[in-house]
Design a protein around this ligand. Structure first.
Ligand code: GLP
Length: 263
């Protein structure tokens, strides 16, 4: 696990975009695992700019998203399909037919989950998985005590998660936040070839401390990334504020360019 402490949100967004750009340029047919939430939005803007101004080509790229609320249509302005269209897909030259978000309206969720896993496999697996982190350490919508080897499944959301998401996205209306979501499992995430987790702000500091320096535990799902073959955390000073080894991470990774990040 590499911990990159960015100067600020924009710096973190650019550094994370560098990693994605490298993968897309090396393999134009790669599969990107994508996330919703406020953390990756700046990176998506930067990728859209690079597509527009620097010819970064997404025409053959496939994508799979982490999760979707149960019960929301893709046209609902709080659905994750809508989020991805408006924050990324509408601004890059990706073929929307190659973009996949779990089906929150499935009638048979077990079948939908198995189909989603099959789709990832058919795409050749996930080359890079983008992640945010919930205040309880969740990745995707894998809440505390979910198996660390879980695959795509339906998850009941913790009240805190619904409160966080109501505050950020549903205009504060808790009643409108669905109680369940269909999410890739933490095991699905662990199978990705590279994983980048983005977190900014003091509110994320306890979850980041648990994920990076705590014991691996299903009570902080992101801590499972300690077992990932290539996980990089892009965080700001505030999100890093409860880490013990900040000086070490800064000395080794903070000003690294892409080459040394791979060392
Ligand atoms: C939601 C999403 C997660 C995301 C988290 C944090 O719960 N399902 O994938 O990481 O929110 O969101 P934010 O980046 O807005 O803090």
């Amino acid at each position: 696990m590499k911990v990159i402490i960015a100067k600020d949100y924009e710096d973190g967004a650019r550094k994370a975009a560098d990693i994605i750009e490298k993968i897309v340029r090396e393999n134009p047919e790669c599969t990107l695992g994508l996330a919703t939430g406020s953390s990756p939005v700046g990176m998506y803007k930067e990728l859209a700019r690079r597509c527009r101004e620097e010819g970064l080509d997404f025409s053959k790229v496939h994508s799979v998203n982490l999760d979707e609320y149960v019960g929301l249509e893709g046209t609902h302005d709080q659905s994750y399909r809508y989020f991805m269209n408006t924050n990324l897909f509408d601004h890059i030259n990706i073929d929307k037919a190659n973009t996949h978000v779990p089906n929150g309206l499935a009638t048979d969720f077990e079948a939908a989950a198995a189909e989603y896993e099959d789709g990832i496999e058919a795409d050749g697996g996930i080359d890079i998985q983008v992640l945010g982190i919930g205040s309880d350490g969740h990745i995707g919508f894998n809440e505390p005590a979910t198996s660390l080897v879980s695959r795509t499944h339906v998850q009941t959301l913790m009240l805190q998660t619904r409160l966080d998401n109501a505050r950020l996205f549903f205009g504060g209306k808790l009643d409108e936040v669905p109680t369940r979501a269909i999410t890739m499992g933490t095991g699905t995430v662990l199978d990705s070839r590279t994983a980048i987790l983005m977190a900014f702000g003091k509110g994320k500091a306890p979850a980041i401390a648990g994920a990076v320096e705590g014991a691996i535990s299903h009570m902080n799902q992101a801590s499972a990334l300690q077992m990932h073959r290539d996980a990089k955390f892009f965080i700001d000073e505030d999100a890093a504020s409860l880490l013990k080894n900040v000086d070490f991470y800064k000395a080794v990774y903070a000003d690294s360019d892409l080459r040394s990040l791979e060392a």
